[in-house]
Unconditional design. Sequence first.
Length: 173
Amino acid sequence: MPIGVVTISDRASRGLYEDKGGPGIEAALTELLTSPWRPVRRLVPDERPTIEAALIALADQEACPLILTTGGTGPSPRDVTPEATEAVCDRLLPGFGELMRAKSLLEVPTAILSRQVAGTRGASLIINLPGKPAAIRTCLDAVFAAVPYCIDLIGGARLETNPQFCKAFRPKA
């Protein structure tokens, strides 16, 4: 199944900086998921229209049940990933951002500066993640148990997790 992996970075999109966020997401998913999946990668600059277009294409044309972004969630003027995500989502899910920040604050005091959001667009769940691979893993570990059930609820493809790394929550039938 396709999973969207969107790196948002002016420098990486110009080839001035190695993208470490996208590979960090893919490494985490390799451990977290047992369902067969393939990344559908996008590398875009910190430009709101470009971010919105990438998210819309991954949800609407590529039919990715899960879209994970990395980068652009801080307080600098160029960090517009949350605004782009909010603009394309049908519904926001504030609990994702709240929990990711709470877990990240246990590791670094600057996590309070993060503005990560999550929401749905049709049958796709979109989650903003930080740019650093270690922070990506912290955030995914915090919220991933809820991801498969959320995707079930919105009509997306069924994701199975590796219980060694994450036991997905699904209510008993």
